[in-house]
Design a protein around this ligand. Structure first.
Ligand SMILES: [Zn+2]
Length: 313
């Protein structure tokens, strides 16, 4: 738990009140409470005022807001918190309260609790935007459980309730002796290297996903798969599950076209390449960085791997 809490978006968040929120009456009571606060969001962005989330009271919202898609995020600092999806033509109403900002840049500005609330709202509102109609019968669906479910009202339909989708993805730092395996994707900025990763498929355990992904991407069978930590990753709706694993040999073969390059690095090589500006570490907000940091700590001070400009989180 301690390791997962070191991952951005994974720190203690609001009390979600998962039992109470099933009641529409209870949700209405929270929403109508004078101290309720609402976070305006739009297509994955959230309203930021200076370096904090802009939590607005009822009176700051335009008249049509109760019709907007909302999500009860929980009780945080004794205050009921909701995320609201602002329609495009209502965005300008909020200009005086701040600026709609993407989550990645906000990750370098906001405190951890606010980031967890932003990430939660972002993932669930994304799901609502893509699931307005029932997948079974095509009828419009109604929000339930404070925005944590959608319900089909067509009695002839077997769909009933559906829940926000979360895509589990493994991410793994593979080691061989004193070296670790990092790869880079075609689209990444020049020099960026990171851990190998991939989505779990239906019918797979996470350990099997680790074995399959590392083999597909680098041609290397792994063993000694050990869980490290997990991280909600709302881009748009993943859960990253981090592992360390041991390679059975070190002969790299890029079998699928996922990676442009994969390389073994000793701690010293990695430090020197980063210092020379030839290799860029993954973003400090990602669990990939924490996997590498914890491995590197066995050889030296992980801060050696971060250049000044990247240390800001
Ligand atoms: Zn239906």
């Amino acid at each position: 738990m301690e390791k997962s809490r070191l991952n951005i978006f994974g720190r203690p968040f609001a009390d979600r009140r998962t039992i109470e929120r099933a009641s529409d009456e209870w949700i209405a009571m929270q929403r109508d409470a004078p101290d309720a606060r609402f976070l305006p969001m739009h297509q994955g962005t959230a309203l930021l005022e200076q370096k904090t989330l802009a939590w607005l009271p009822h009176e700051a919202l335009p008249p049509g807001w109760p019709q907007w898609q909302g999500v009860f995020l929980g009780i945080h600092e004794d205050i009921p918190r909701f995320a609201l999806e602002v329609p495009g033509d209502e965005k300008s109403h909020f200009a005086r309260h701040g600026e709609f900002t993407e989550l990645r840049p906000a990750a370098f500005l906001l405190e951890d609790a606010e980031l967890a609330l932003f990430a939660h709202g972002r993932a669930v509102l994304h799901w609502h935007r893509l699931n307005r109609f029932c997948g079974g019968c095509g009828e419009p669906m109604q929000t339930a459980a404070g925005g944590h479910a959608r319900r089909c009202l067509n009695e002839a339909c077997a769909m009933g309730e559906t829940y926000p989708r979360i895509d589990p993805a493994i991410i793994v730092l593979v080691t061989h002796g004193e070296r670790c395996l990092l790869g880079r994707q075609h689209a990444w900025p020049k020099g960026r290297y990171s851990c190998l990763a991939g989505f779990a498929e239906a019918g797979e355990t996470l350990e099997e996903t680790v074995r399959r992904e590392v083999y597909e991407e680098a041609g290397i069978p792994v063993t000694g798969i050990v869980y490290h930590s997990s991280q909600p990753w709302p881009f748009p709706q993943s859960l990253m599950i981090g592992f360390h694993a041991r390679a059975e040999h070190d002969a790299i073969r890029l079998l699928d076209d996922e990676l442009e390059d994969a390389r073994w690095f000793s701690a010293t090589e990695l430090r020197d390449e980063v210092a020379a500006g030839r290799v860029l570490m993954p973003s400090p907000i990602s669990v990939a960085w924490n996997l590498i940091r914890d491995w590197y700590a066995g050889f030296g001070d992980p801060r050696e791997l971060q250049r000044e400009t990247e240390l800001s989180r």
